[in-house]
Ligand binder design. Structure first.
Ligand SMILES: C[S@@+](CC[C@H](N)C(=O)[O-])C[C@H]1O[C@@H](n2cnc3c(N)ncnc32)[C@H](O)[C@@H]1O
Length: 210
């Protein structure tokens, strides 16, 4: 059965389940939970994302679709001085991410919230995401068009997407939207894509009629 993660079903009792993750040389003990993506485990795509990358330079990051928070928390732990916004439409995911950050003593650098709670002027040096492909192409495109414009100039987004789930067509679509996009690596049926902001258009030079 396809895992659904649109919102927490309030009729499902909330049960926490511990997860141990090894990320970039750090051992993270986190709580996952029922009704939240990847209960009791680190998702294969997320694990590929970690294995195929190294921690970025200190900065402001967005964990887009944070689930129980493993990506954003790994970034905050591996990069002291970084500040992370973690967003998810699933309120249980937001709660787990907040609690996981608090348990690791990094609640001051990991702000978890629903998308609506993010201030309009917040910008990011990097967006990291195992995006919700199963919401459908239109919703996924809408999600990326909503958040990619928040990348600071010179920033980037790092996305992990299953090849069978349309990684290559997503890469083409991003390029068509004006985002320079390259495949950083490919492993276990997943692509890791690096997406750059749309370059600013430079006005044509003035015509010298003298
Ligand atoms: C593939 S899961 C990844 C979860 C987590 N980052 C991980 O690696 O385990 C995608 C997440 O995106 C969330 N999501 C779905 N639609 C969203 C939206 N419009 N805005 C933010 N998050 C969304 C889902 O609830 C889910 O937790």
């Amino acid at each position: 059965m396809a895992e659904h993660y649109f919102s927490a079903d309030p009729s499902v009792p909330f049960r926490r389940q511990p997860v141990e993750a090894q990320v970039w040389g750090h051992r993270l003990l986190l709580d996952s939970g029922s009704g939240v993506f990847a209960q009791g485990r680190v998702d294969v795509g997320t694990a590929v994302l970690f294995r195929q990358t190294t921690p970025p330079e200190p900065g402001r990051y967005l964990d887009l679709g944070c689930g129980y928070g493993v990506i954003g928390i790994a970034l905050a732990v591996a990069v002291p001085g970084s500040v992370v916004r973690a967003v998810d439409v699933n309120e249980r995911a937001v709660l787990l991410t907040r609690d996981n950050a608090a348990a690791l003593g990094i609640a001051d650098r990991v702000r978890a919230s629903t998308p609506e709670q993010v201030p309009d002027d917040e910008r990011y040096d990097e967006i990291w995401s195992n995006p919700p492909i199963r919401v459908g192409k239109e919703a996924l495109h809408g999600l990326l068009l909503r958040w990619l414009p928040r990348l600071a100039p010179g920033g980037r987004a790092v996305l992990v997407v299953g090849r069978n789930l349309g990684a290559d067509s997503l890469q083409r679509w991003l390029a068509e939207q004006g985002h320079p996009t390259v495949r950083l690596s490919s492993a276990k049926g997943f692509r890791v894509l690096e997406v750059r902001p749309v370059p600013p258009t430079t006005p044509p030079p003035p015509v010298n009629e003298g």
